[in-house]
Design a protein around this ligand. Structure first.
Ligand code: 3HC
Ligand code: NAI
Length: 694
């Protein structure tokens, strides 16, 4: 039963009971209307309380119903809200924990609202590429004023109920038991003769509504270029201001129905569910017991170790930071302090909080100080010999049951685990640089990693606010294994006729934050060079363009050496096309006998993105990733893939796998086509007319 109905001394209590967040799916909507009808027909009932069981008043419309017939099955949410608003007996919404989206809109339809402190109040539809579609753009401005409402609607931001106590949204804040307060309110208003207040009847008062709306438009224009929803939010609020409630409501509905079909909204909803799905591992049940993590240790205070330590400290977990030499330890600590000082300068951290965080770090040179750690994350040099030394030592000093994690980006986790006598406790925690900023965490599951270790690390990832995605063991895990194919194509295209600036421009226009060459200049071209040298030995059969090696041989490692694929002026990160590099590229094409041709931007984008998709499909086939949305989450949170396209796998679905396969086969028949064996899954799904996500 999605809705419960009881009566308490002349008050009907309608309780949404649709776990986990009382989403307003069809049966819940129906239950509310039935409850209202029952209350209307019961002469002993004088007022109604509408509330939610469990951990929410309501998290809004049921997003899983969107674009299915159920979403349009009456009673639709607008109908339910109308029934609430038109109830002759007054309705009091009792709001606790979460009132978001359609949930808040439902409460706005009630005649009175009583809220518990601490409730999260929001119209977050814009974050799903939508606008509030059940009157939110019309009633919220009438409740709390144009400016505050527009800010909430356009940003989708969550505001705590107590911050809205004086806003006009709530008639009462409950300091004790919410239901008792709502019942008392209902009994009081139940004695009063109607009509009871309806937000729709209020006017939107503002001294310069047109001016403020224009200001909002200008702000959104610069911030939300790729997303239509924020613009529509403003249009709908404006329609209500200019044309009144009914016309505003009709316009809002029209916009909602259009937005829910847009690829941008699909992408954002895919990311919403993808993020949640990533934390679920098929063979690790959600009730798997987890280990307690109270004390963390990090080995190595270099680029990654420092950032990794900051993550735990930011979440209030004490960290023992171990280095081999005092000067390396001092350097690492100084970098951490500097990072916090930068945050302080921006006004986002107080001195007291900074001191508190630094105090949580216990620097040491001695492994004896690690015996109390529940989790030890290793971030030392990327050499198997060094990892061997460290893990053997950890096996000696770590307490039983401690989780031993490696941040390795290229080494075989199973070999690292085998350096210990407890491979079940070893896991990969592959952070991305800068580790204190980047959202992505690849959790690498070794062949022996135990389920409770995985469950613990996934839970901990939430605590340190990372998007954790599980990857099996393979070279490069999910993200870097795919990016290698992307880079290979980028380099081949230079050889065939493109220049770095053209490749970067095309893929940046597609929406990547940074093209492969600007990216490589930022990270350091020497890193890829080192990896390729290893590849040439391990996979002599793999065909690579040597063009990047030529660049590195001239010492052009990127921004840090003042030049890479581009030229850089001292102290300035702006990439300037380099005549020298362009000549080197043309010379290289001649040397390998390639006839340079004009490569269209469309081909550049396809070859880069489909290289990701093809490798992603192979990763799925091998079980390295357990679902396509995991791959998309890796690319959205770690590699700057455009959010409005939802990740490479969802993008491939939008293009159609039939078309993807055809392109792949075409590229296979061109020069440098040897890397283009289409993944079996792509061919199979295309033949069935399906996509990765269908
Ligand atoms: N519809 C369907 N499922 C939802 C949902 C919704 N509106 N909101 C949350 N869920 C599901 C999640 O997918 C998750 O499912 P799972 O357990 O199977 O993975 C489960 O509820 C719990 O969600 P969280 O893990 O996110 O739980 P939290 O306690 O951390 O957060 C929350 C709860 C703050 C409600 C958060 O889930 C959230 O922000 N939800 C989205 C709210 C939202 O965007 N509402 C607007 C919907 S659109 C709308 O209302 C249109 C209307 O204007 C017409
Ligand atoms: P780094 O060279 O900046 O730092 C390594 C640190 O480890 C140095 O401070 C060094 O003194 C210390 N160290 C070396 N041997 C040690 C030992 N036996 N005991 C204790 N400390 C020791 O290297 P970086 O970039 O931080 O990389 C560390 C690990 O993180 C590597 O495995 C690397 O592959 C991985 N990684 C690096 C990323 C990057 O972008 N730099 C991204 C993701 C993973």
């Amino acid at each position: 039963m999605a809705v419960d109905y009881t009566t308490r001394d002349g008050v009907a209590v309608i309780t949404l009971n649709n776990p986990p967040v009382n989403g307003l799916g069809h049966s819940t909507r129906q239950g509310i209307v039935e409850g209202l009808d029952r209350a209307a027909q019961d002469p002993s009932v004088r007022a109604i309380v509408l509330t939610g069981a469990g951990k929410a008043f309501s998290g809004g419309a049921d997003i899983t119903e969107f674009n299915t017939p159920k979403a349009l099955q009456e009673p639709m949410l607008g109908t339910v809200i109308k029934a609430v608003e038109n109830s002759a007996k007054p309705v009091v919404a009792a709001i606790h924990s979460v009132a978001m989206g359609g949930g808040l809109e439902l409460a706005l339809g009630a005649h009175y609202r009583v809220a518990a402190p601490g409730a999260q109040i929001a119209l977050p539809e814009v974050k799903l590429g939508l606008l509030p579609g059940a009157g939110g753009t019309q009633r919220l401005p009438r409740a709390i004023g144009l400016e505050a409402a527009l800010n909430m609607i356009v940003s989708g931001a969550t505001v705590k109920s107590e911050q809205l106590a004086q806003s006009g949204l709530f008639d009462e804040m409950a300091d004790g038991d919410l239901l008792e307060a709502a019942l008392a309110c209902a009994r009081k208003v139940g004695e009063q003769a109607g009509p009871h207040p309806k937000l729709r009847e209020r006017k939107i008062e503002h001294p310069n509504a047109a001016g403020f709306i224009q200001f909002a438009r200008n702000t959104v224009a610069s911030m939300a270029k790729q997303f239509p929803a924020p613009h529509k939010c403003i249009d709908a609020v404006e329609a209500g201001v200019k044309q009144g409630f009914e016309k505003g409501l009709a316009f809002e509905r029209e916009c909602f129905l259009a937005l829910v079909q847009t690829p941008e909204s699909r992408a954002l909803r895919h990311a919403f569910f993808g993020e949640r799905a990533a934390s679920k591992i098929p063979d690790v049940p959600s009730d798997t017991p987890t280990r307690e993590i109270r004390q963390v240790a990090v080995i190595g205070a270099g680029t990654m170790g420092g950032g990794i330590a900051m993550n735990f400290v930011n979440a209030g977990l004490p960290v023992t930071l171990l280095e081999t030499k005092q000067d390396a330890l001092d350097r690492g600590l100084a970098t951490i302090r500097k990072n916090y000082e930068n945050t302080l300068k921006k006004g986002k951290l107080t001195q007291e909080a900074l001191d508190g965080r630094m105090a949580l770090i216990r620097p040491t040179l001695s492994y004896d100080d690690l015996n109390d750690a529940d989790l030890i994350v290793e971030a030392v040099f990327e050499e198997l010999g060094v990892k061997e030394q460290v893990f053997k030592k950890l096996d000696e000093v770590a307490k039983p049951g401690a989780i031993l994690a490696s941040n390795t980006s290229t080494l075989d986790l199973n070999r690292i685990a085998a350096f210990t006598k407890r491979p079940q406790d070893v896991v990969g925690m592959h952070f991305f640089s800068p580790a204190n900023v980047m959202k992505l965490l690849e959790v690498v599951r070794g062949s022996e990693t135990s389920k409770d270790v995985l469950a613990t690390v996934m839970k901990l990832a939430k605590k340190i606010r990372k998007t954790a995605v599980v990857s099996g063991v393979c070279d490069g895990f999910i993200g870097n294994r795919m990016v290698e194919q992307y880079i290979r194509q980028a380099l081949f295209m230079l050889e065939e006729g493109a220049l770095p600036q053209q490749v970067d421009r095309a893929i940046e226009k597609f929406g990547f934050a940074m093209g492969p060459f600007r990216m490589s200049d930022l990270a350091g071209n020497d890193i890829g060079w080192a990896i390729r040298k290893r590849r040439y030995q391990e996979h002599p059969d793999l065909h690579y363009s040597k063009i990047a090696d030529r660049l590195c041989e001239t010492g052009r490692f990127g921004q840090k050496t003042g030049g890479g694929w581009y030229d850089y002026k001292p102290g300035d990160r702006t990439a300037h096309p380099s005549k020298l590099v362009d000549e080197m590229i043309v010379g290289y094409s001649n040397e390998v006998g390639a006839t340079r041709r004009k490569i269209a931007d469309e081909e550049i984008v396809e070859r880069l993105v489909f290289a990701l998709v093809n490798e992603g499909a192979k990763i799925l086939e091998e079980g390295i990733a357990s679902k396509p949305s995991d791959i998309d989450m890796v690319y959205l949170t770690g590699y700057g893939f455009p959010l409005w396209r939802g990740g490479p796998m969802l993008y491939a679905d939008a293009v159609g796998l039939y078309n993807v396969e055809r392109s792949i086969r075409r590229y296979a028949s061109q020069a440098n086509g040897d890397g283009w064996q289409p993944a079996k899954t792509i061919a199979e799904l295309a033949a069935q007319g399906r996509g990765f996500n269908s």
